[in-house]
Design a binder for this molecule. Structure first.
Ligand code: GLY
Ligand code: MN
Ligand code: MN
Length: 484
């Protein structure tokens, strides 16, 4: 079954007479006439606004206040071709979904400046034209890709006027006055604005929306909790099938977690890291094609993304056979202690860097204590010598993107101060590469990370992923209970 490329002018009145790739015979006048009629009216007239309609309106109002008098253009993005008429799964841009609650491909939010703010309009592809055959002869016709919301349905859902997105590029090309666009999502929209925008001004828009997302509202916190809860169930699923993974490969783990993500959410929020044995020392091991062996550790770093596009980001490092060896436990417990110190440093008014520093100090102390690096600890920390084995930062903001708010300014994020409503990961690790000749042989090939999703509250923090055990003995008891 092949999908068709879009005809030249699907929105025009010109009848479409034949599928473009010629795999099917031309359409007779009789069939074209026949396909125009006999279809029920399926307009949905009782739609309620989406759950976060009030939040998205408030976010647009904040954006409007920051850029008075300027036209703001925020695209959802387009499908990307995998090959011929096959596309990669679409995921709307975070900025667009955050400001509208919609996730439709090709959608564009435009804030049009007015005397006292902005008027928001959502530009979308309307229902397919049945009169000219588009709905069944165009590859993007609804008969091929599924029913879309009509523009009036979308107005009810998203709480703002909607218009046909096919008219937008020409309108933007003609428009005058200052304009900014969020770049990187929709080349067609950017082309229409090419002589009206500058990279620097556009980046200011992207940065503002990134910083807007630093503090999560109650709706977002609820969604993040849902993402984490599904993720907890996905981790339980994996533990229950470890014997099948042993008989096959890390792929069994990846597939098992993915099933949970697709059944309960939209997707996984990032490529699952299913790293058994020495693969645990590769930070972004997503090939997941290695063996799973009794006696080894499994580092599983995975997160479910909800239907509203909020993702969890959780890591547990599990003994494949249910019991840590003495050395695995020693390393695991050290990482746990570092994570405890990191989590304790997450509170309002603390610097973002504090939890990283607290965790790194514990890990440096352990490495000195084990004789892997020469002390004193202050010297190790000053020179950063522990980083040969700790490798990465101890955490990051979490939200609609796994590495959320990534273009926020340094002073607002990395050099900033924690506030209630921020959600971040605390994820220290120790990684001894298989070819690291500076550590005793028995350490080589062991990697441990523990990662939880932490909400900053008014008086400290709350671990959203507390549904998964963290101490080595609790992990063992949890695995034993699941394996029954
Ligand atoms: N899963 C990627 C990270 O932990 O940052
Ligand atoms: Mn993370
Ligand atoms: Mn992670």
């Amino acid at each position: 079954m092949t999908e068709q490329p879009a005809p030249e002018n699907p929105e025009g009145d010109e009848p479409i007479k034949q599928r473009k790739n010629g795999l099917y015979p031309a359409v007779s006048d009789e069939l074209a006439e026949n396909m125009k009629s006999g279809w029920a009216d399926t307009e949905l007239r009782d739609l309620r606004p989406i759950a976060q309609a009030e939040e998205t309106a408030r976010r647009r109002a904040e954006l409007s206040a920051r850029f008075p008098g300027e036209r703001l253009v925020i695209p959802a993005g387009n499908l990307k071709t995998r090959s011929n008429d096959t596309e990669y799964a679409f995921r709307a841009s975070t900025e667009y979904a955050y400001l509208t609650g919609d996730q439709t491909q090709d959608g564009v939010l435009v804030l049009e400046p007015t005397a006292d703010g902005h008027d928001a309009t959502l530009y979308l592809l309307p229902r397919s034209n049945r009169e000219n055959g588009e709905f069944w002869l165009d590859g993007m016709g609804e008969l091929w890709v599924g029913r879309r919301h009509s523009l009036s349905e979308a107005e009810r859902l998203y709480g703002m006027p909607c218009a046909d997105v096919r008219e937008l590029p020409a309108a933007l090309a003609k428009a005058t006055g200052p304009v900014r666009v969020v770049r990187g999502h929709d080349a067609g929209i950017e082309a229409a604005l090419t002589d009206k925008v500058t990279a620097e001004r556009d980046e200011e828009l992207r940065i503002f929306v990134s910083e807007q997302r630093l503090v999560k509202d109650a709706f977002e916190i609820g969604e993040l909790q849902k993402a984490v809860d599904s993720t907890v169930r996905g981790f339980e699923d994996v533990v229950k099938v470890l014997d099948k993974a042993e008989a096959t490969s890390e792929r069994y783990i990846e597939g098992t977690f993915f099933l949970r993500a697709r059944v309960e959410g939209n997707d996984i929020g990032y490529g699952s890291i299913c790293a058994a044995g020495p693969h645990a020392t590769t930070l972004h091991w997503v090939r997941n094609d290695g063996p799973v062996r009794s006696g080894d550790l499994l580092l599983l770093d995975a997160g479910v993304e909800t239907h509203t596009l909020y993702t969890a980001d959780v890591t547990r490092t599990l003994p494949v056979n249910g019991t840590y060896t003495e050395l695995q436990r020693k390393i695991y417990d050290a990482v746990y202690e570092a994570q405890e110190a990191g989590i304790a440093a997450v509170k309002p008014g603390a610097k973002f860097r504090d939890f990283h520093d607290a965790a790194q100090r514990v890990l440096a102390e352990k490495l000195v204590e084990w004789g892997l690096v020469e002390g004193p600890v202050e010297r190790v920390l000053e020179l950063g010598l522990q980083r040969r084995w700790t490798l990465h930062g101890t955490g990051h903001m979490l939200g609609m993107d796994v590495h959320d708010c990534a273009v926020a300014r340094t002073e607002a994020y990395v050099d900033g101060v924690l506030e209630p409503g921020m959600v971040l990961t605390v994820e220290p690790g120790l990684y001894f590469q298989a070819d690291d000749l500076t550590v005793p042989e028995e350490y080589r090939g062991i990697g441990v990370r523990i990662e939880d999703d932490i909400l900053v509250t008014e008086d400290g923090n709350r671990n959203l992923s507390a549904g998964l055990p963290r101490t080595s003995s609790d992990v063992e008891a949890w695995m034993a209970g699941l394996k029954g």
